[in-house]
Design a protein. Structure first.
Length: 131
């Protein structure tokens, strides 16, 4: 085995984790970790932990972040080679279809299963409240 085999490829064309995608979208908006943190009322350290995937974002935090970064939760949570732009995505499918597609693509992963369970319990709570 060569001495260099432990080096990971640095050519990362697609940000492949939610944290990396958060960083990608933050930078594309020209914001520093501190600035994004200030807008969300969290510390720079928290943003850093999210970007390093050391800390999971709550669903409400994800929504706040995507609003600030002008993107969608899909773009942070899921990444496909065929990822459509936000505008195309909105034109292409009603919200529910996007959710279905997102679920199918994502529910097999561990994080996906967790998220699906979380969304379903939130929906159940919401339904109870409306009674």
């Amino acid at each position: 085995m060569s001495r260099h085999s432990h080096h990971r490829h640095t050519k990362n064309t697609h940000p492949s984790t939610p944290g990396q995608r958060l960083k990608y979208h933050r930078e594309s908006q020209g914001l520093t970790q501190q600035e994004l943190g200030d807008r969300l009322n969290v510390s720079k350290k928290t943003i850093q932990a999210y970007e390093l995937d050391k800390r999971e974002m709550t669903s409400s935090r994800i929504l706040a972040i995507t609003k600030e970064l002008q993107t969608t939760p899909n773009h942070i949570l899921i990444y496909g080679e065929d990822q459509l732009s936000v505008q195309e995505e909105r034109k292409a499918a009603p919200e529910s279809d996007i959710h279905m597609l997102a679920m199918q693509r994502f529910e097999n992963s561990e994080f996906g299963k967790l998220l699906v369970a979380m969304i379903m319990s939130m929906d159940a709570i919401e339904a109870e409240r409306k009674r």
